[in-house]
Design a binder for this molecule. Structure first.
Ligand code: ADP
Ligand code: MG
Length: 686
């Protein structure tokens, strides 16, 4: 249970003065539902105001705060802007301009002859100075204090201003308790970090405060690494069951090819883990096409050889079905039962599967999250393989523990992550890397083409189809145009269909699963020549005959995602081509990033470079899946603090594994503060 001391922070935002139901909505759009969210809503920048006694053209472009006396109200017949001429103490003039407001209102705000404190951006307009939409207050109203020299800028949503968010942050801090210190005293002194509550107050007052930001970032990273270290320590302690496969299934298996060296090595690593009683906790990283599925299959066979059951969890329906087909084909000749279970399976078929699982007649179950629902009971689940699940966090893992007696876990990802970030995201896991492609693969040839030349691209597609080739055409979400990715894909499918007729298929996230599957099946069977898709095809889909991929708006994708998409082709032995369509105006960074895609097919190198070009926040990738891993720790902070936080977490657990001492208790509070408390639950159960 969360310590009481944190309760004020976890109250709903409406507990803050001035926030009613109507404000709660825009706050919620920013993900600010509770007081703590507001306190941790970090300013993204700041503006500096300069206090001046005199107008000076040299201040143009700056935010100035200055006392002015209105001299003349001008213009406005109800349309057009209202102008108020005003002068400083020396008689220099400035125009205060209001667009679209009621003219009477500006006159009331700035009565002639009465001094007012005015604040806003000083601009030149022809020969004149002007301030558009200034903030105005009476000189001794107390509001003058509000013209702080530095004001924080916050990420906003409609209906909110930075100033209001700043006020709410202050209130949130006022409600924040003084918390016991969890940072190691020597470290804190050395880095000259402020106390937690001070740090919060300081960052909202002055977003440039480096030490305050560092401290809060460290808290978050430390909480993260601590939670992982706890999971790891707990896993080591747990008694699962050792799975010693006798090899009978693996020997009987007839594969059309040999395992790559990397696959063989990885299977040995997994075999070694499975032979231990302590449950395996291993991450398999391997670029798209590196052959992870086969490694998963071997691991599952080991479990079955040992008399247990295995499950393979896929992120989507399509992938679950595809894995099912693949494994049924690959493992076809073996005396084992494989079943598939997704949210779509209902009625009798579902019942039969559930009974087969409970009775132990089904050896391997493949499916989506449905395979961990309450009604699903296993006879003896001993291994879970999780494919492409960025969101498979500690909490899900705990859920899993309830299904089997501490099952072994293998997580697989094709999202290449730089080594530093692996520690932040998977710090508690052992890592295997498939750093070798199956033989015979030709590198994908990547070309970057301006969108002006779309006709050429369509012609090239025509030639490709005429030669019996198949292709993907990917339409991403285009934010600016307010069109959804679905609309974009539908429009593209239509224009292509005008030329290629029923050889064009369309698949997107809003289609019903059976429709989606039908299209995918038609594509796999080569009835569909070009598959127009939103990014739903991103992970895993495998159609070796598709050797051309066109990606529209390539400059808007993350490189890791582009790389994933590109990996849809190059799966057979034929030459594959990836055409990246770019906008006509490109930033330097976009240019460099696309050039990198052209230059290399190495996912890990792309990840490292992308990190350098773009920063870690997006790389951590979770933003796409809607779960922000870090909200305070920026890429730079993460880079600086991660190792230190990891070491410190390990040291603390070594010394006080139960987090029972004073610092341990403080650390528990920290885990709750950053909602990494699944780790605390482990402490109790273990
Ligand atoms: P990913 O790592 O992206 O999941 P897959 O498991 O889908 O990759 O494998 C990609 C393709 O490579 C599949 O068509 C698979 O049959 C093939 N493959 C896997 N291992 C080998 C191997 N050792 N030799 C040749 N082809 C292989
Ligand atoms: Mg895969």
């Amino acid at each position: 249970m969360r310590p009481d001391i944190l309760n004020p922070l976890f109250a709903e935002v409406t507990a803050l003065k001035g926030i009613g139901p109507s404000l709660a909505k825009p706050l919620d759009r920013l993900g600010l539902a509770r007081v703590v969210d507001v306190a941790f809503h970090m300013p993204s920048g700041w503006i500096d105001r300069v206090k001046r006694d005199e107008l000076d053209v040299a201040d143009a472009g700056r935010i100035v705060a200055i006392t002015l006396t209105p001299r003349e109200h001008r213009g406005s017949n109800g349309r057009g802007p209202t102008w108020v001429q005003a002068a400083d103490a020396k008689g220099n003039h400035v125009s205060l301009v209001f667009f679209g407001g009621h003219p009477g209102w500006a006159k009331k705000l700035l009565p002639l002859g009465e001094a007012r404190l005015v604040c806003g951006r000083l601009d030149t307009y022809g020969q004149e100075l002007q301030i558009v939409h200034p903030e105005v207050s009476e000189p001794d109203s107390g509001a003058a204090d509000e013209f702080r020299a530095r004001e924080a800028i916050y990420p906003l949503s409609e209906g909110l201003t930075s100033r209001r968010l700043g006020q709410f942050a202050l209130e949130a801090i006022a409600r924040a308790p003084v918390l016991p210190e969890w940072i190691e005293p020597g470290l804190k002194a050395k880095r000259e970090w402020p106390d937690w509550r001070d740090a919060l107050a300081r960052i909202h007052a002055d977003p440039a405060d480096k030490l305050a930001r560092e401290r809060l970032g460290y808290d978050e990273v430390f909480a993260n690494q601590l939670a992982m270290t706890l999971v790891r320590a707990d896993t080591r302690k747990r008694r699962g069951r050792a799975l010693n496969g006798d090899g009978r299934l693996r020997y009987a298996l007839r594969l059309p090819y040999d395992l790559t060296g990397a696959q063989a090595r990885t299977v040995r690593e997994i075999e070694g883990d499975l032979a231990q009683e302590a449950p395996m906790l291993r991450l398999l990283q391997g670029d798209v096409g590196s052959g992870k599925t086969l490694v998963a299959a071997m691991a599952l066979l080991i479990a079955v050889e040992a008399g247990a059951q295995g499950a393979l969890l896929a992120p989507t329906e399509i992938l679950a079905r595809q894995h099912y087909e693949t494994l049924r084909k690959t493992l076809g000749g073996l005396p084992i039962n494989i079943a598939v279970l997704t949210g779509r399976d209902k009625g009798r078929a579902r019942e039969a599967t559930l009974m087969g699982l409970a009775a132990g007649e089904i050896d391997i179950l493949i499916g989506t999250h449905a395979i961990f629902q309450e009604a699903v009971v296993y006879k003896d689940l001993a291994l879970v393989v999780v494919d492409e699940q960025h969101r498979f966090g500690v909490a899900q893992r705990l859920l899993l523990q309830e299904k089997g007696r501490a099952p072994h876990l293998l997580a697989m990802t094709a999202t290449p992550i730089p080594r530093t970030l692996t520690l932040a995201q998977y710090g508690e896991m052992d890592v295997s890397r498939l750093d070798e492609m199956p033989p015979g693969r030709q590198p994908i040839e990547t070309r970057v083409i301006s969108e002006d030349r779309l006709d050429d691209v369509v012609n090239a597609l025509g030639r490709h189809l005429a030669d019996g080739g198949q292709a993907y055409w990917v339409c991403p979400l285009v934010e600016e145009s307010e069109k959804s990715d679905v609309a974009a894909a539908e429009a593209r499918a239509e224009t292509l269909a005008a030329r290629f007729g029923d050889r064009v298929g369309l698949v997107h996230g809003r289609m019903k699963p059976p429709e989606k599957d039908a299209v995918m099946a038609a594509f796999a069977a080569a009835q569909v020549g070009v598959l127009v898709a939103t990014t739903v095809i991103e992970v895993g889909v495998d159609v070796p005959n598709a050797t051309l991929i066109v990606i529209e708006h390539a400059d808007r994708f993350g490189l890791a995602q582009l790389h994933q998409l590109r990996g849809r082709v190059g799966r057979g032995s034929g030459r594959s081509v990836c055409l990246l369509i770019r906008g006509s105006a490109l930033s330097e960074t976009s240019r460099a990033r696309l050039a990198l895609m052209r230059e290399t097919n190495d996912g890990f190198r792309i990840a490292e470079e992308d990190l350098r070009l773009r920063g870690a926040g997006e790389m951590l990738g979770t933003r796409q899946s809607g779960e922000a891993a870090f909200r305070i720790a920026t890429p730079d902070l993460l880079h600086d603090l991660l190792q230190c936080a990891q070491d410190d977490a390990r040291l603390l657990i070594d010394r006080d594994g139960g987090l029972a001492g004073p610092r341990g208790q403080a650390a528990r509070t920290l885990l709750y503060l950053f909602e990494r408390d699944a780790g605390v639950a482990l402490l109790r159960s273990g």
